[in-house]
Design a protein around this ligand. Structure first.
Ligand SMILES: [Zn+2]
Length: 62
């Protein structure tokens, strides 16, 4: 199974998985990403959040 957040392959039977993410940490990252998008709607900013999300993902994986 491949984690949609960090892209890491992980074992479905691992004790610290948080489906469909490899860990609770990645699950929280996904949740935070959703919240950030909501903030983007409220502040009515142009769509630059795509690249920000990519940079964030790379940082977490580092
Ligand atoms: Zn992950």
């Amino acid at each position: 199974m491949k984690c949609p957040i960090c892209g890491r392959e992980f074992d479905l039977n691992a004790p610290d998985t948080a489906m469909p993410f490899c860990s609770i940490r990645c699950k929280q990252i996904d949740l935070k990403r959703w919240l950030d998008e909501e903030y983007t709607y409220f502040s009515d900013k142009p769509e630059e959040d795509q690249q920000t999300a990519e940079g964030f993902k790379t940082d977490e994986n580092h």
